[in-house]
Every structure is written in C-alpha cells, then in structure tokens.
Design a protein around this ligand. Structure first.
Ligand SMILES: NC(=O)c1ccc[n+]([C@@H]2O[C@H](COP(=O)([O-])OP(=O)(O)OC[C@H]3O[C@@H](n4cnc5c(N)ncnc54)[C@H](OP(=O)(O)O)[C@@H]3O)[C@@H](O)[C@H]2O)c1
Length: 254
C-alpha cells in the first residue's frame, strides 16, 4: 500500500509558529514537502532567525483578536491544513488564585482562539477540497489536572470543540485530529522536570496520526503513560493528584 503523506503539497497555516511546538511543525511540514507554510506569529518582530532556510510566509496573527484572524483568512485563502497550536499556560490555581483573570485568558487563547480560527478557515478548507485541522491539545484536557488550574478546563473545552468540529465539517471532507500532548521541551514547560520530548517529535507524531486517519492521538510517552494511569482507576488518580497538589502548596506556598 502506498504510504500517505498529507503534508506533501499542502498549504499549511500554523498558529504560534515562532517557537516551541509551532516551530517544530513548520520545520517538519517543509521536510515532508509542504507547498507553502504560513507562520502565524503574534508579534512578527519575534520572527527573526528561527525561520532561516525555510521559505515561510510570516503573518501577524493573534488568535484572540477577531480582526487579526479575519485578516489572516483574507490573505491565506489557499490553506488546506490548519494547525491550531498557539497556547497559553498561566500556571495558576483555579479557585484559590491571586489572579482571577488568568483562567479567562487561558480560555481566550486555548479555546476561543481555536474556535475563532476554525470558524474563519472552515469555508476555506471546504473550498480547497476538505483538508485537515490539527488541534494541539494536552493531557491536561483529557482529565482534570489540578496543577494546571485554568489551563486544564480550557484544553478540555478545546477537546470537545475538536469532536464537534469533526462532526460539523465531515460533510465537506475536513479531517480533524485532536493531539493529546504530554510533556515537551519548550518555554511553556520550562518549569517541568523529567522526560520531555522535542517539539519536532511532536510534529512528526501528529502528522503521522493524520496520515493514518486517527482522530485522537497521544503524541508522546507522557501522554500515553498518564492517560493509561488515569483510565485504569480514575478515582484513585484523582485522589493522588489532589494529594500531590496539597503537598506542593505546602512546600512552595504557591
Ligand atoms: N510544552 C508542553 O509540555 C506542552 C504540553 C501539552 C500541550 N502543549 C501545547 O502545545 C502548544 C504549543 O506550546 P509550546 O509548548 O510550544 O509553548 P510555547 O513555546 O510557550 O509557545 C506558545 C506559542 O503560542 C503563542 N501564542 C500565545 N498566545 C497567543 C495568541 N493570543 N495568539 C497567537 N499566538 C499565541 C506564543 O506566541 P508568543 O511568542 O507571542 O508568546 C508561542 O508562539 C500549546 O497549545 C500548548 O498548550 C504544550
């Protein structure tokens, strides 16, 4: 059977492309023969030498700003693959917090940002043959993660959004892949200890999942491992998480 490579000849738009996993996607898309890659970057002045040697088209794009999203959709009418990667982690408690706005901002970027982009590009993808949407989510959205107060609900909402998007856009042939990401060596996870995958490995696992026709994909070891532990005994897992959180609060005062 011929090996499928959905990235070959694709016109992709990656949000949050200036660093981390987004940059990994840009690099891997070119490695797999993408025709064009739009690198969505909130502040284009941060797009400096990380794109050297890559023929990207940098576009200013803040996924929480409807005007900005609309401008991107007017400019990038040839997109066949939308990669909703931009994300924000405030690293705050949800209830016992000193910053009540943090959870709202996580929801704005991680849920409404994905929704804004999906709405703006659904018609474009349909007109270009269906294409695909890849949503970069998190294990923290697959079960409640008290260590990630407002982030966890925002990623859970985006996971549900992915399923609904798949249903709504199935008629136009748009594939939607929900990427359950564990632990990756980026600025967002700089406070995390232990095993972390490289951004490029996450991009590879994600594009492989699309090629295989998967709808939900655990992209790395930590995602597989922690989801398995959760599903073996959800109540025990929940108790352990709460216990660890309380030990952490006592030791760090956070
Ligand atoms: N690292 C991990 O362990 C891990 C685990 C699970 C899931 N994830 C998910 O992976 C995705 C990428 O994160 P990362 O690890 O690569 O972290 P990162 O290095 O912190 O990158 C986050 C990216 O999102 C962009 N961004 C934030 N708010 C935005 C907005 N309003 N509009 C457009 N872009 C915005 C950032 O742009 P600026 O440079 O302008 O801030 C940056 O490019 C996120 O969705 C994250 O939740 C990461």
């Amino acid at each position: 059977m011929a090996r499928v490579n959905r990235a070959e000849g694709a016109v992709a738009l990656v949000t949050g492309a200036n660093r981390g996993i987004g940059l990994g996607f840009v690099q891997e898309l070119f490695a797999r023969g993408a025709k064009r890659v739009y690198a969505g970057v909130r502040d284009p002045s941060t797009a400096t030498n990380q794109f050297d040697g890559l023929d990207v088209e940098v576009i200013g794009l803040d996924v929480t700003d409807l005007e900005s999203v609309h401008r991107a959709s007017v400019r990038c009418t040839d997109v066949t693959m939308l990669i909703n990667n931009a994300g924000y982690f405030a690293n705050r408690r949800l209830v016992l917090t000193d910053d009540p706005q943090a959870a709202r901002q996580e929801m704005e970027v991680n849920y409404f940002g994905v929704l804004n982009m999906t709405r703006a590009f659904a018609g474009i993808l349909g007109a270009n043959g269906g294409g695909a949407i890849l949503n970069v989510l998190s294990v923290a959205g697959a079960f409640a993660a008290p260590f990630m107060g407002g982030y966890s609900p925002s990623k859970a909402a985006a996971l549900t959004l992915s399923t609904i998007t798949r249903a709504e856009l199935s008629g136009q042939g748009t594939d939607v892949v929900a990427l359950i990401v564990g632990s990756v060596d980026t600025r967002m996870a700089s406070h995390v200890e232990g095993r972390k995958e490289s951004p490029i490995e996450i991009a590879r696992a994600s594009l492989d999942a699309l090629n295989k026709g998967e709808t939900v994909c655990d992209t790395d070891f930590m995602a597989v491992e922690s989801r398995a532990r959760y599903f073996r005994d959800p109540a025990r897992f929940e108790r352990q998480m709460a216990k660890l959180l309380n030990v952490d609060v006592q030791s760090t005062g956070r």
